[in-house]
Structure formats: structure tokens, C-alpha cells
Design a binder for this molecule. Sequence first.
Ligand code: NAI
Length: 647
Amino acid sequence: MKVLVIGAGAMGHAIAELTAIYGHEVYLVDIKQEILDQAISNIKWSLEQLKNKGTIQSGEEILNRIHVTTDLSSVAAEADLVIEAISENLELKAKLFETLDKLCKEEVIIASNTSSIPISKLALATKRPEKVAGLHFFNPPLLIRFVEIIGHTNVARTTIERLIEFAKSLAMDYVVLQKDIPGFVVNRLAIRGFLEAMKLVEKGFTYEEIDTFAKKRLGYPMGIFELADFVGIDILYSVLKEMAAAGVKVNIPKLLEEMVSSKRLGIKTGAGFYEYGFKLASKNIRNERIYEISTVRFLASTINECAWLISNNVCEAKDIDKAMKKGLNLPKGPLEFADEIGIDKVVSTLKEMGGEGEYFPNELLLDMLSKNRLGKKSGQGFYSWKYERYELGNILYEKRHDYAMITMRRERKLNSLDEEMWKNLNEAFTIAAKDKEIRAIVITGQGRAFSAGDDISVMEKWKSLNEGKEFFERTIAPFVLNLLNYEKPVISLISGIAYGGGLEINLLFDIVIASDDASFALPEGLIGAMPPIGSTVGVAMLGRKLLRYCLTGEQFDAFEAKELGLVDIVVRKDQLDEIMVEFLDKIRRVAPLSEKAIKRSVSALRNLYLNALLIGTEELSSLVATEDFKEGMSAFMSKRYPIWKGQ
Ligand code: NAI
């Protein structure tokens, strides 16, 4: 095919190169010979790199397919397809489209690479609106093998089909937008993220902190401000203006206007949000700072915008996610995230954020909420997920597609563990272990507590040493053994109280995330008992420091628990689920066999403590028969101990 590329700047020259690599003849046109010379020199350099990497065999042959000229009229009639990539200016582009319409063969499609100009306006500049469409590449097109193909009211279906064929001929992936909307999909959604980032700046976060948040927690390849500088502040500004003109709810930050007028346009002018041209000393960003930002809040308006795109038939959920993943190289689409965190959480977050303007929840989200289409937690959301639910007494087991959610639900008793709970907990973990589709397990407690530990009222009934021992052998021991040898990663989400056994089981889990309201204690000594796992496995794993809490029964908070090494991350309570989502993502990236090998090795280590653990339980059983225990127990039951007050 003979492809005419007009504009040999940053995008045009790269589109020409890509098109020639895939065997098409290319005519590359610009207004000045120097620009074309520069374009050819850039292409030569790039082809050289590709040859060195072994991606292509001969740069020469490809270069021979690219013909440059400043005389559009000499080549326009030859073209089978036109891709316009000139400067982002409606007047210039409209004039060019009018000219092209006169010069090009009747059947030729004229596509624009514009980022912000409505395709319909360009179509109207011609007498062939049905053959005008958007073909939006991403910078650099050689690396980002993805295009948005944009239709409009008057486009012909065959035009879209032919552009799909062309994209395929370049080994590019694509999405088709049925409507010509400002910003199309990728830029429109990226702008939502950018505006949220600007709001975080107003709240006192630095560009570096926000960019580190995006990279570390959302897994973005570039920070929000780095991307803005890369794309160009002028481009961003014009997309925003087009969005505002079309009635989209956006507030254009004043700073952006100032940056455009002072030519701080990003990398291309040497300065934008960051300064370029010299190496920035990379700043050390504190981890706590990036955990102060909420991912759900950050993404809520983006998800709301996605819902708008779907309800307005611009494209489907899977196309939105594909566009974001391919166009911006993101690890996860916004709607995959929405399904993971839950539509209920998205809607409540939008409401918390004001519920007005860009936070006014889209009808589609409200409709999904009313139909219990909440995402992975109900099996249906923007996508369908495998979902199973078993109520094992007070333990709720949910298979949420590729992870299991185990919830302790004995709320009135602060999720304290009686015989049935221990057994059902074990059963839940066994179900998850057997299910090949389950990659990880999340355990949490419903209500005010994670778990207040062993149900003491059960212990009170023990009359002899044997009874305690038998109880342990029947209930706790199988669970502990199961977990010591467990081959799948376990994430624990702690909010509220984690006392005694409720704390100790966390020593058997792999990643422990606590909310800042979490409270920990090993108060067994105070009632004449002892923490059997804490004082064995716990001390072996965390060191002498834990001994203090075993011996004193002192209460400690989430931050102290983190210092001890019992907790890995402390977050605000409303962030627990988003951190869970992040860690599940991180686990999914690890090769399953590696994960198994790691867990097996850790099991070998954990099993070394088994002997100590058995001694610990023997000790505990022997205490049961003592007077101290009886006295402590009755004092506890009458709530004399301040540590237990308020339960
Ligand atoms: P650029 O400024 O690097 O290149 C534009 C080129 O067009 C210049 O070389 C200019 O001399 C030439 N030109 C202007 N009027 C012309 C005419 N009448 N005939 C022939 N050539 C003409 O701009 P860039 O960044 O390559 O952008 C081009 C288009 O691609 C814009 O519509 C932009 O919105 C879009 N785009 C840009 C992206 C980016 O990251 N830079 C990404 C995706 C799309």
C-alpha cells in the first residue's frame, strides 16, 4: 500500500518509519526540507538501533521505501491512505483536509493523528466525511503498538474496517471508538488521573511523591507528571479545553495555563513539571507518604468517566481496559481495578469525594450497585468472575475468581475462636489449598475485631489437664500444622482487636496489613494461661522483643506491631481493601512455581519451631489445671482486667 504521511515531526516521522518497516511505500511530507532531512536522519538512527538488536535485517531497504517531499501535490494522487500528523491546530488541519480532498483519489481514506481536535470537524472540511476518521497513535509508535480508531456520525463502516486492516498490517493492536469524543479514550481517562494528581498537589504532596505513588502502588511505568511532561503540557491543555468546550465536567488548573503561556511544555522545551537537560538527583520518597494517598480515591473519577463512556456507547469495558493497558502501558485497566475493589466501594468513594461534578456517580455504577454487580466480590461486575460462597458456621469462604476471601464472622463475640471456628477456619484454608485457580488467600475479621483470640468461655469449662490438651489436639493443632505447611500466600487484613490467638495466627500468615486502629496484645499470662504460638514461633521469628508482650500482656498499637515485624504495613482503615488489591496484584506477578518453592522452603523453617510449639502447648495445658488459671479465668469472666474492658 502507498501511505502518505503528512507532518514529519515527533509523530509523523515515527509513523512513516513504522509503516515502511511493515512493507508499505511511504510518502513523507512537511513544509521545510530541513525538517524532512532531520526526520530521515532520525529514522536512519532508529533503524540502525533496530538492526543492532536484530529486529530488522536491512535498514537500507526500509529507508528506500520512504520518499520525502515538500510538494504535497506531487504525491497526493499516488496515495492509497493518508495519515495526517501536522501541528495541532484546527485551522491548519482543516485547510489541509480540504486540499487533500481535492488532490487524493476518491476512494482514499484520510485519517488524522490528532490528540484533541474533533474528527467530525475535519471530516466536514472535506466532501468525503464518510472516509475521514481518527487514527490516534501513541508516542513512540514503534514501542506502543496500539492505536485508537475513531469514528464519528458520518463515518462509513468500511472506513473503520480498512483502518483496522491497516493497523493489523503494522502488527498494532487497536480499539474502535464509535463516537468522536474529546480526548478519545486514553487521553480522556489519563486526564482524570492528572486532575486528581493536581488536587493532591493542592493538598501538599510534591510531584515526586505523587509520581512515586503512581509507580510504586499503581504499577504505572511513568509518574503522572512525568507522563504529562512527556506528552506535552500544550497537548494536555488543548485536550482539556476541548473537553470543557464539549461540556465535560473538568476544571482546567490555572497552573497549566501559566505553563503553556510561559512555554514550560515538558521535555520538548526542557522544562515542565520537572526540569530537563541535567540529571535530577532522585529524591528519596518516604513510604508512609505514598501510603497516605488512596488508590480508590485517585481512580474513582477515572472509573466514573469509564462508566460514562460505556453508557454513551463509545466503547465496551474490555476496550477501555485494553486501551489504557496498551496505550499507557499500565499493568491493569481501570475497570479491572473497579471490579477488584468493588463497585460499592467506588460509589461510596465518589460520594465521599463530594458526589458532584466528576464525582457524581454515573447511572451505570448505581445500576450495577442495585443489581449487586459489585465485581469479584459478587462474581459479576464489568466482567464475569468465578465466584463460590460457603458459609462454614461463622466462617465465610468466598472464592473470588483467583483468590479466596476468608472472613471470621462471629461479630458479637469479637470473632473469638471457639472449637467450631477453629475447625471451620481450617476447613476454609483446606478448600482454598485444593482449588487450583486460587492464587492467594486473604483472611479478615468482620466488625470491630480481627479476632479477640481463643474463646475463653470454652477454656473456663475445662476441668482437667487432659481436656485442654484434647481441645488443642482437636482444634488448634490441625490448623497450625496446615498453616505451617501451607503452599499458597496468605494475606491478613487486621482492623480493630487482634489479641491472644487472634494475634498469634498472624505469625503463620505471610503478609500482614493492619489499619491504624488495630490493637494487639498477648494477654494470656494475665489470666493464668500463656500464648503458645507467640512464645515459641513468635519469639523465634520476631526475636526477643515479642517476649516483653508475652510476659506483660501489654497492649500495643499497629505501629509498634510494625516495628516488631508482626505487621508489614499500617494504613488507614478505609485503605485496607485497596492495599489488599495491590498485594494480590503483586503476588499474581510472581511465577506460581517460584511461589510454591518459596513457601515450601519457609515451611521447612517454620517446622523447625514445631518442637518448641508442642512444648508450648504442653505448658499451656498444664496451666489449665492450676488455681491461678481458675482464678484468672473467673476474674476475666467478671471483666476485672482493664485490658479486656469495653469488649
Ligand atoms: P510536531 O510539532 O513535532 O510536528 C508537526 C509537524 O507538522 C512539523 O514538522 C510541522 O512543520 C509540520 N507541519 C505543520 N503544518 C504542516 C502542513 N500544512 N503540511 C505539512 N507539514 C506541516 O508535532 P507532533 O508532536 O508530531 O504532533 C503531530 C500530531 O500528532 C498532532 O496532531 C498531535 O496532537 C498528534 N499527537 C502527538 C503525540 C505526541 O506525543 N507528540 C501523540 C499522539 C498524537
